[in-house]
Design a protein around this ligand. Structure first.
Ligand SMILES: Cc1cc2nc3c(=O)[nH]c(=O)nc-3n(C[C@H](O)[C@H](O)[C@H](O)COP(=O)(O)O)c2cc1C
Length: 217
């Protein structure tokens, strides 16, 4: 009995001491890749929404949202729902929710936990970002374009990353229109403050953020 108590005490101490070291990845359910509203109806309903309830998306909605935005739709070629210049696929979708920061891994359909801090408020300068359930942060990984850490990055190096991100953001908008969710893509992002909180390297550049949630009536 004494040994068991000791064992559980050790577990608790280890958890408190190394809580962040034990990553809590989220295995997403397989995305629904059929159904939804007809395309023309979703286009007709696409809009930016900036008032949200505090309700969470379901895990299925999160999986579907990420697949619609930047999932793999041709597994044999690892190609995606959005195009990317020369198929470099340098955009990473980070997901900030109340339980932490995650990186969407389209191949395994997992959210890999980066850390367990709630940094939603840091993803924007507008009040709603702190309480909306999901803020996506689109990050260009320029190591895939040959940039090393410390290399100078000019605006012109980011032209295709802006275009590539815009396609993903529009996919997310259309998914939201189809699912009666609200969304707004955002350029108002305090990038210099946010990048270190996300643990980004100097050759990873935040392009845009996008809030998703249940629209307040
Ligand atoms: C590149 C880009 C950056 C934007 N940045 C913001 C932003 O920081 N905050 C915001 O509330 N809306 C932002 N928007 C949304 C626009 O304000 C919105 O699309 C525009 O008002 C038209 O409204 P609609 O999307 O409902 O058609 C941005 C849109 C784009 C394309």
């Amino acid at each position: 009995m004494k040994n068991r108590i000791l064992y559980f005490l050790c577990l608790i101490i280890l958890n408190v001491a190394f809580g962040e070291a034990f990553s809590q990845d989220i295995v997403l359910p397989a995305p629904n890749t059929t159904g939804g509203k007809p395309l023309m109806q979703a286009l007709n309903e696409r809009q930016s929404i900036r008032t949200f309830t505090k309700d969470d998306l379901t895990i299925q909605q999160l999986s579907d949202l990420l697949w619609a935005g930047w999932g793999i739709n041709r597994p044999a070629d690892k190609k995606r729902t959005a195009p990317s210049s020369r198929n470099i696929q340098e955009i990473d979708v980070y997901v900030t929710v109340s339980t932490g920061l995650y990186l969407y891994d389209a191949e395994t359909n997992n959210l890999k936990q980066v850390h367990n801090k709630d940094i939603r408020a840091l993803t924007g300068t507008q009040d709603f970002v702190a309480e909306a359930p999901v803020n996506l942060v689109y990050v260009a990984d320029l190591s895939k374009m040959g940039k090393k850490e410390g290399d100078e990055i000019k605006d012109s190096d980011l032209l295709s990353s802006w275009a590539n991100t815009a396609f993903i953001a529009q996919n997310v908008y259309l998914y939201c229109a189809s699912e009666n969710l609200g969304s707004v893509v955002r350029g108002l992002v305090p990038k210099a403050k946010l990048a270190p909180e996300m643990g980004l390297r100097t050759n990873q550049v935040i392009i845009l953020a996008q809030t998703v949630g249940i629209p307040a009536k």
